[in-house]
Design a protein around this ligand. Structure first.
Ligand SMILES: Nc1nc2c(c(=O)[nH]1)N[C@H]1C(S)=C(S)[C@@H](COP(=O)(O)OP(=O)(O)OC[C@H]3O[C@@H](n4cnc5c(N)ncnc54)[C@H](O)[C@@H]3O)O[C@H]1N2
Ligand code: MOO
Length: 341
């Protein structure tokens, strides 16, 4: 069990937990590591850190130390493509090993955090994360916990899909169709195509072909059919997505016989969005906002498709809670609540 010993009498004994030093506004660091043998020189230093007494460990059966507990929790909650380091002050952080989509099993997270002493904090599900990003942390609250708490956590984790995992972005071959009579006749240069291309490239996919077409239903529909039949894995259309008489893109998508999954999404920006499917190929109509906003329905839905997920109409409907962009002066997306309710 735990014994409280005055620091002067602790020389030669082994420290049972990390000790933290904080200098306000300057630093927070681990001054002493668990397992350190206390020396004469440590006595004044420990007193300066406010420690007149310290814990010396005599572990009773059935109790697990915070560092070991954190390691066991990290091992149990870690799904594919995640890594974790050493415990620091009793806490372990989990990091992504590749670029992909973060998936959190939210009902399981709730169950695990209900276990006494256990805490697990994660970033929001369905957000893109890069190599080395911290996605979660875990620790127990007291210095020791009953082993039965960890056994319960390990048993729950073994019965459910992983608490935390990363789905890698696949390299997709994207066909792009730019609609707009003003672009087709060269009245204005195409400003949308380059943005869509760079958004896909940032996630490891490639726009292999771009067709620029006028606002004519049959011409747009023919371009979609041609791209699907030559093997585009996704067809993305820009322009003509809203309510003007020349906005014919949704009608053209329907004219191909595609099954419409949604026209409209409860996200601002991004409401005039269409997702359909033609012979298994996703057909996506992107609203104008994708051209001038960093975070839109594009980021919320297309990232999930690129990670190999199926997105349903109810997934899109569920975006409403958190679906309005806060319009921050400096955009921190994906580190915000947009579309993550
Ligand atoms: N009365 C309403 N007005 C608007 C609605 C609405 O529901 N009722 N919706 C708004 C929303 S939301 C959006 S988003 C925008 C426009 O959406 P569209 O996707 O239909 O965009 P367009 O009308 O085709 O073009 C808008 C604007 O962007 C220019 N553009 C389009 N494509 C390109 C390109 N490839 N390169 C450069 N510029 C491009 C186009 O010339 C127009 O100036 O509608 C709101 N209004
Ligand atoms: O579809 Mo529109 O802004 O909502 O950008």
């Amino acid at each position: 069990m735990l014994e409280i010993v005055p620091v002067e009498e602790a020389v030669g004994k082994i420290l049972s937990h990390d000790i933290t030093r904080i200098v306000p506004g300057e630093l927070k660091e681990r001054a002493y590591k668990k397992g350190h043998m206390i020396t004469d020189e440590d006595v004044p230093k420990l007193k300066q850190l406010g420690k007149d007494h310290i814990y010396i460990l005599n572990l009773a059966e059935g109790l697990v130390h915070e560092n070991l507990a954190a390691e066991r929790i990290a091992r149990a909650i870690c799904g594919p493509f995640l890594g974790y380091g050493e415990p620091n002050q009793g806490k372990i952080e989990l990091t992504s090993e590749l670029n992909g989509l973060l998936k959190i099993n939210i009902p399981l997270l709730q169950k695990l955090n209900e276990i006494p002493d256990v805490t697990i904090a994660t970033r929001l599900t369905n957000q893109p994360v890069g190599v080395g990003s911290t996605v979660a942390g875990t620790r127990i609250i007291p210095l020791f916990t009953q082993e039965e708490n960890l056994l319960r956590l390990e048993s729950l984790c073994s019965k459910h899909p992983p608490l935390i995992s990363i789905k890698p972005f696949q390299p997709w071959r994207i066909g792009l169709i730019t609609t707009g009579t003003e672009v087709f006749y060269g009245r204005i240069p195409d400003g949308f195509g380059p943005i869509v291309k760079s958004k896909f490239e940032a996630m490891g996919s490639e726009v292999y072909r771009q067709d620029i077409v006028p606002d004519e239903i049959q011409v747009i529909a023919a371009a979609i059919n041609e791209q699907v039949s030559e093997g585009a894995q996704m067809v993305v259309l820009t322009g003509g997505m809203s309510v003007d008489p020349d906005d014919l893109t949704p009608a053209a998508i329907r004219a191909t016989g595609a099954r419409v999954i949604t026209y409209g999404a409860p996200t601002y920006p991004g409401a005039m969005f269409m997702m359909a499917e033609l012979d298994g190929t996703p057909i996506i109509g992107l609203p104008g906002c994708t051209m001038y906003h960093k975070a839109t329905i594009f980021e919320l839905v297309v990232t999930r498709l690129l990670a190999g997920e199926t997105v349903t109409r109810s997934d899109i409907v569920a975006l409403g809670h958190g679906g309005i962009c806060a319009g921050c002066q400096v955009c921190h997306y994906p580190n915000c609540g947009f579309g993550k309710g």
